[in-house]
Design a protein around this ligand. Structure first.
Ligand SMILES: Cc1ncc(COP(=O)(O)O)c(C=O)c1O
Length: 458
């Protein structure tokens, strides 16, 4: 069926209108930030079964459907959206998703989308420049940080065991990581055939930060266990607490001992764009590989994550494949050899449009603003009775407790009427409330209201 372009134009107009109203009311904090209607009831309300069975949607029917769909979701532009680390997306990136949805140029093979591929090359070149890898580095955008960590560890595995791809994985490889590392790293080790037990814990301080002075002992433990370190992983920053590891200290240790150094910068690498926060990533240039999610702090929709390696050839060594319809001879500009995916969306376009609209400076200012807002929550909260903050935040993630009761109950209470969306995390086995300040609309008033609500004073 060919497009009825007039119908498309009307439906697109409806989309823009509804989304504009949705973001506008969300930013002003008018409706609940979160809705959690049970799926059966929601399916009924949205008429899903009928639409699936009968079809026949028109721009008018779609307008009603979209209004209900948006109203029943989670609002990431809302000031009280303090939950997960997903971007409060900026509109240029939203336009890119729309363009991709219509043009659909999956571009891991250059001929399938020359402009999309070229945009990705340039975005990667920009990222490589920011990390200090420069022209010698290599990169690729992938669908999310989990896949990015897997890809980076594949590159590390290829360096440690070049025959693993063809002959299988040697049983003596180990990945050294703090327990505070994102779960995708343990998953990656299991997927890569190393087994979860190959992930050996590094000593950390009570907040989960790697203790650099104790790295020699950790290496010794690995060797005594008859294993070879395939990679050592550091957080920049950690998912739970938002705290950064000492990348320079760890990087220097790895360089001195010939250990592949991987930095998970999924959330925190964007601090490279803020002059006031760049120091948190001091030493990033020592990493052999790193990841950087745009769908966290570069304000694109999910998903768009970069895997970057200090030496381009390391990334090219991660995969080896045969498929006569895709791989033959020297194909020059194809990224397909560097990714798990075969078809890969136009991820570069959303990063590019945010950059083109806001500039590197604008994105850096956003990071600085959000990091300052989390700091503000800490300043306001620690003055109030009953609140305990175990650390001064370094990023836009901050953990705290109120009273001695069940913190999960507090979180549930806040979400029940959609007043606030918060998460929780364990620090040293103790559950804390966790706020991630992603929305530019969150201000002091929001933070005071949050503290009031938790303390039961409003
Ligand atoms: C530090 C870190 N690494 C990796 C990931 C996984 O990223 P994704 O959700 O894009 O797969 C996350 C997600 O929260 C993260 O915080």
């Amino acid at each position: 069926m060919i497009w009825n372009v007039e119908e498309f134009t009307r439906a697109a107009g409806v989309t823009v209108e509804r989304l504009a109203a949705y973001v506008e009311e969300s930013q002003r904090g008018l409706p609940p930030v979160i809705a959690r209607r049970p799926p059966r009831e929601l399916a009924e309300r949205l008429g899903l079964t009928r639409w699936i069975r009968e079809g026949g949607m028109t721009p008018e029917g779609y307008a009603d459907f979209l209004a209900g769909y948006l109203a029943e979701g989670t609002r990431l532009h809302h000031p009280a959206s303090l939950g997960h680390q997903v971007a409060s997306p900026d509109f240029p990136a939203a336009l890119a998703d729309f363009v991709h949805g219509a043009a659909n140029n999956p571009m891991a093979i250059y001929e399938m989308g020359a402009s999309a591929a070229t945009v990705e090359f340039e975005v990667l070149r920009w990222m490589l420049d920011k990390t200090g890898y420069g022209e010698a580095g290599g990169g690729v955008l992938t669908h999310g940080g989990s896949l990015a960590n897997l890809t980076a560890l594949l590159a590390a595995r290829a360096a440690a065991a070049p025959r693993a791809w063809t002959d299988g994985v040697p049983g003596d490889l180990a990945v050294l990581a703090p327990e505070s590392a994102h779960y995708s790293l343990t998953r990656a080790a299991a997927i890569l055939g190393l087994g979860e037990r190959a992930v050996m814990p590094l000593d950390t301080d009570p907040l989960g930060r790697i203790e650099v002075a104790r790295l020699p002992e950790a290496l010794e433990r690995v060797r005594r266990a008859g294993r070879r370190p395939m990679a050592l992983v550091a957080n920049a920053c950690s998912t739970g607490t938002g705290l950064y590891d000492d990348l320079r200290g760890i990087g220097e240790f790895c360089a001195a001992h010939g250990v592949w150094f991987h930095v998970d910068g999924a959330h925190g690498a964007s601090a490279l764009l803020s002059a006031g926060h760049r120091r948190l990533l001091d030493g990033i240039g020592l990493a052999d590989s790193m990841i950087w999610d745009a769908h966290k702090m570069l304000r694109t929709s999910s998903l768009a994550a970069a895997v970057l390696t200090r030496r381009e050839s390391d990334l090219d060594a991660a995969f080896r494949q045969r498929a006569s319809y895709l791989f033959y001879g020297d194909q020059g500009f194809d990224l397909i050899g560097r990714t798990v995916e075969c078809s890969k969306a136009e991820l570069g376009l959303k990063v590019f449009l945010n950059l083109a609209w806001r500039g590197e400076r604008g994105l850096g200012d956003y990071v600085a603003r959000q990091y300052a807002a989390a700091h503000r929550l800490w300043e306001l909260g620690r003055e109030r009775p009953g609140f305990a903050f175990p650390y001064e935040p370094e990023s836009n993630i901050v953990c705290f407790r109120y009273g001695t009761g069940d913190q999960v109950e507090i979180r549930e209470r806040l979400m029940d009427d959609g007043a606030f969306h918060l998460t929780s995390a364990e620090i040293g086995g103790v559950r804390h409330l966790r706020a991630t300040v992603m929305a530019p609309a969150t201000d002091d008033k929001t933070l005071e209201a949050l503290l009031d609500r938790i303390a039961g004073t409003s």
